[in-house]
Design a protein around this ligand. Structure first.
Ligand code: PEP
Ligand code: MN
Length: 337
């Protein structure tokens, strides 16, 4: 249920209603909007609870939240969430561009990429130190050394670092270095990891599982929000279909669909979504045209020798050209990089 307070309801009335919600055994989640305050009351709803809350001081109405996800839903919060993290702003009219190598391979490779993507206008640096690989025989990432290299790249360029955490037990370590914690597609439904990442106090980029529905993605986001973390970015990175010409199938429609249901910003990853360098620039442009709040793009100094995902990585030159294209589309749809 959502307890919608009247315009001008006092702080005391809001506090009173939070206590009432909690006395009924429900979890409260308060959202101070620009026009009015709403209190989401989460838990098993009973009709008599609804009636009792409705007669509280300063209450305008109590309405049921129809969506299975609650705190993530537009019903609870109408204003779009904007995630700010240093030079990275994602949401509403802000388009964030998170670019960098799939994996941190060496200091030289990561620093060169960080300098190049910054010069071309990226607003955050990505790079995996802990890599979730399909095969146990593939490169697993530099781990701790990779985190240190990312920190060095941040120190030099000022770009905030987006890096993946693959296990709940690694959250304190990764959060000590990262500015944004990435939860990978394979871990979207690792609920202990979502809770730990949510509690770490850093923004979280949550990637859609390749076979997860959008409702499941939003319910996964709900775990992070319920840990008290409002800074959640959803990421469409493609799903598994019968199509084999692209690595995954990238549904651009996810962007407007999610925008119609959630206040959370939506990032699109055309690198994993297509799996082919040649398809990335135009798919990135399509995502921005569809209203994406951010892009995640893999960039490598020499894709041919990359230890992971070289076939979908942009060279520095290709990244520059992609940025030029993105700028034109962003302007047309009222977004600013
Ligand atoms: C990545 O971003 O490098 C990655 C592993 O992506 P995903 O979790 O979407 O496969
Ligand atoms: Mn990758």
């Amino acid at each position: 249920m959502i307890v919608v307070m009247k315009q001008g309801a006092t702080k005391e009335q809001v506090e009173h209603m939070i206590r009432r919600v909690e006395e009924l055994g429900l979890k409260s989640h308060v959202i101070h909007g620009t026009e009015r305050t709403v209190i989401a009351a989460i838990g098993d709803k009973r009709d008599e609870d609804r009636q009792s809350l409705e007669s509280g001081p300063g209450v305008d109405e109590v309405v049921a939240i129809l969506a299975p996800y609650k705190v993530a839903s537009l019903e609870v919060k109408r204003e779009r969430t904007i995630v700010h993290c240093g030079s990275l702003s994602v949401g509403n009219c802000h388009l964030g561009v998170i670019a960098g190598p799939c994996s941190v391979e060496s200091e030289e490779q990561t620093l060169a990429t960080a300098r190049a993507v910054k010069a071309a206008g990226a607003t955050a640096l990505r790079g995996g130190a802990f890599k979730p690989r399909t095969s146990p025989y593939s490169f697993q990432g530099l781990k701790m050394d990779g985190l240190k290299i990312l920190a060095a790249a941040r120190a030099e360029t000022g770009l905030p670092i987006v890096t993946e955490v693959i296990a709940a037990g690694d959250v304190p370590l990764v959060a000590a270095y990262a500015d944004v914690l990435q939860i990978g597609a394979r871990n979207m439904q690792n609920y202990r990891l979502l809770e730990e990442a949510g509690a770490a106090g850093k923004p979280v980029l949550l990637k859609r599982g390749p076979s997860a529905t959008l409702d499941e993605l939003l319910l996964a986001a709900e775990y992070i929000l319920n840990a008290g973390n409002q800074n959640v970015m959803l990421c469409e990175r493609g799903i598994r279909t019968f199509e084999t010409h692209t690595r995954y199938t990238l549904p651009v429609a996810s962007v407007p669909y999610l925008h119609d249901r959630t206040h959370l910003p939506v990032v699109v990853d055309p690198s994993h979504g297509t799996g082919h360098t040649s398809l990335v620039p135009r798919t990135a442009a399509a995502a921005v045209a569809a209203g994406a709040d951010g892009l995640m793009l893999e960039v490598h100094p020499d894709p041919e020798t990359a230890l992971s995902d070289g076939y979908q990585s942009l060279t520095f030159r290709q990244f520059e050209e992609t940025m030029a294209l993105i700028h034109r589309v962003a302007e047309a749809v009222g977004k600013q990089v």
